[in-house]
Every structure is written in C-alpha cells, then in structure tokens.
Write a protein of this length. Structure first.
Length: 74
C-alpha cells in the first residue's frame, strides 16, 4: 500500500510539474523548491513502479512466468 501511495504521489508530482513548467515557461519543480529534489523523487517513484510491475508478474513465487525467456522479456 505504501508503494502504491508513492507511485500515485509521483504521478501527481510529474503532472503538476509538467503543467507548471508549460504555463510558466521555466524548468519543472512541482511542489518542491529545487528542481533536483523533484528529479530525485521521480527517480525513486520510477524504481518503485518498476518493482510493482515485477511483483505483479503471474507465475512462480519469484514473480516470473514459466514461459520461455523471450516471452518474459516482452
């Protein structure tokens, strides 16, 4: 539940930062003071999102299916 909350919060920050950058014509900073803090938060959110994707793979206890390796990569 914490990972999903972080993912939703990161999505909000990305959208808010993008809209703010488009309307103001400056670099995106979202609700953070420094744009580098937004970048670090989005990096962390991306890693958590990838982790959630891997955890949701159907199949074995480690999250991998029993299909051939090429199908897993797709």
């Amino acid at each position: 539940m914490l990972a999903w909350t972080l993912l939703l919060s990161g999505t909000f920050q990305a959208v808010f930062g993008t809209l703010g950058a488009i309307s103001e014509g400056t670099s995106a900073s979202g609700t953070f003071i420094n744009r580098n803090h937004l970048a670090g938060y989005l990096e962390m959110t991306l890693a958590v999102g990838i982790g959630l994707l891997i955890a949701d793979f159907p199949g074995s206890e480690y999250g991998f299916t029993k299909h051939p390796r090429s199908q897993r990569l797709l």
